[in-house]
Design a binder for this molecule. Structure first.
Ligand SMILES: [Fe+2]
Length: 295
């Protein structure tokens, strides 16, 4: 087997094999600087949900019904109205239409089990319970089978507007609504299928960057306006206005060859974004890329 060149991700060299056969965490790990570190109650709750969701994922049981605490509901009620207001002004039409359809309210944290059934009827996508962020390859392997992994824990209450990792607010208000859209669901599934069969780290890294700059942090043109489309932006009250209006952000047209060679730092606000002309455009670009990679 030929040796692959070293790759660079998040500014540091990585072993290409780590993209193809990633390690997954079997126990809860909070990264340094996480706002929940030092809060024993929060850590105990996270451990409980980690074990429950991991078991449900590995045993393919679907999302468990969670009894949310008063504190978790408080955080949801604090953040979701602020996001709603920003979405109405700045989110893409695809997202807004889907969110209305799903009837996600500002009062109660939705149960993923119920949302999953609704999605299944609409676009044949379903939700897979996830204990936390999964490695890219594993995450997209589920998606290739039309299952979207979603977390069920809520960020720490000391910083309701910030989370260093995907949480229920990011997943449920960012990722879940667009899954109601057929074109979006097809685009995702296509990335998932390609990511499942890729054997070269370089190809996986390219697909990961394509996903990052579209699904996670994409902007999209709509009636000669720029709207937010990426879930990472849509789930952050700070990132929505920053992405559209900050002079610190470089915004350029989505050109696949540029996107797949652009590195990023997931630990801070994104200052380099790409604007896609439409969902069908992204799908077409992805199909061409997958074909070029021989996948
Ligand atoms: Fe995400």
């Amino acid at each position: 087997m030929s040796e692959e060149p070293m790759l660079t991700e998040y500014g540091v060299p990585i072993d290409p094999r780590s993209m193809v056969t990633p390690m997954e965490a079997t126990e809860l790990e909070l990264e340094p600087g996480h706002p929940g570190l030092g809060d024993a109650g929060y850590i105990a709750r996270r451990r409980e949900l980690f074990a429950l969701c991991r078991r449900h994922r590995l045993e393919r049981l679907g999302p468990p019904i969670i009894e949310y605490t008063a504190e978790e509901t408080r955080i949801w009620r604090d953040v979701s109205p602020k996001l709603d207001e920003l979405h109405i002004k700045h989110a893409s039409q695809t997202y807004l239409a889907a969110k209305r359809e799903l009837a996600i309210t500002q009062r109660e944290i939705p149960q993923l089990r119920h949302l999953s059934r609704r999605l299944e009827r609409e676009t044949n996508m379903h939700l897979v319970p996830a204990e936390g962020a999964l490695p890219y390859r594993i995450f997209y392997e589920y998606i290739g089978q039309r299952g979207f992994p979603v977390t069920q824990f809520i960020r720490h209450g000391s910083h309701p507007e910030f989370t260093p990792e995907p949480d229920m607010i990011h997943d449920c208000l960012g990722h879940v609504p667009p899954l109601m859209n057929y074109d979006y669901a097809e685009l995702l599934t296509l990335i998932g299928k390609a990511a499942s069969i890729a054997t070269q780290g370089e190809h996986l890294l390219a697909l990961k960057r394509f996903s990052w700059f579209s699904i996670e942090f994409g902007l999209i043109e709509e009636h000669s306006d720029t709207k937010v489309f990426g879930s990472g932006i849509l789930s952050s009250t700070g990132e929505i206005p920053y992405s559209l209006f900050s002079p610190e952000v470089r915004r350029e047209p989505f050109v696949t060859d540029t996107v797949i060679t652009t590195d990023y730092d997931p630990s801070r606000m994104q200052d380099h974004l790409f604007i896609a002309p439409s969902l069908p455009f992204l799908r077409h670009e992805l199909e061409a890329l997958v074909q070029r990679f021989g996948l």
